[in-house]
Write a protein that binds this ligand. Sequence first.
Ligand code: SF4
Length: 349
Amino acid sequence: MQEIPKIVEAIDEMYMAKAQAYPSKSCHASKIGHPCARYLCYDQVAPEDKKKPNLWLMQRFEIGNVLETVTVNDMQNALAGQGIRVEQTNVPIPENEWNIGGKIDCKLVMPDRSSIPVEIKSIQQFGFAKLDKVEDILNASAVYMRNYYGQLMTYMHFTKSPVGTFIFKELGGAYKQIDMNYDFDFMLGLLNKAALVKERVDLYREAFNEKSGDINLDDYLPERVKFSGNVCGKCPFLSRCCPDMANIEGVENLLDDLELAELCKTRDMLDSYAKDYKKADDAIKAHVKAKMAGAEVGAEKTFLVDGFSLNAKAGKRISYNIPKDVKGQYACEAVTIRTKIESIAPDSE
Ligand code: SF4
């Protein structure tokens, strides 16, 4: 048999040959929402310490670029009849005193000639289903998702647009639009962060030149943020910033507790099943409750569906409406422990 070239291997190698950790020349709009100013400084002055993107990420970037072009094309065709022009700008935002950089994906030019910046994001089905409103982006647990909010806000700021919009394109093809309003206070926070980053980067570069590189970068950087899996765990500068993760302040080393690690892995594996279970369980109970509407206490009924029987019994719950001031007299304090479990692994959306 004639030898067939190893096509996938060749493609993978091609992508990995392009995987570089490039230095940022500015505080990029796509990252300005990141909670750690130290990370934003590293991004400009320590590219050699940045973890390179892996194969999955490189191929994901490529899909993102392709889908962006498809999306702009679809928008152009769909909105032409309404007199709205869709311009794929990719034009950099104007130079500014905070050294914030970035390129706006595209803008809508309305019939009255006003324009609206549009940020296009491709996204996997699981993340797509969780997005309905702008708060879902702003309060997302994944830092990369929260960064989207700061990114579009920055574009709105530099184009003086009171509104902006996200177009999410699911990898299977579906679209979702989420609009947002300009928020001056939020933007002020981003500008202050960018000013701090610029100040530290400038100080470091000045000292570096004066002392011919004989200085310690860390002396010029903002403080580390409190360690967490969601932020530091996903940071491409983790091994530069916290080479000895287990010994940083506020962290206790339990790396030899293999049982605890195994429980975390099991929990992580079952996470999406548990959420689906809860959703289905709540929906079933709501359905049965509706069927039992008006039932007397003690009434019992069995419902039969394909493969299952659902038994329902009407019971009684007694609640006490105690005035707040009376309730307050019986209040007692106790220590509670809240546990947040975050994976220290790269994001895969
Ligand atoms: S590891 Fe944490 S503290 Fe260090 S730069 Fe990254 S996010 Fe900031």
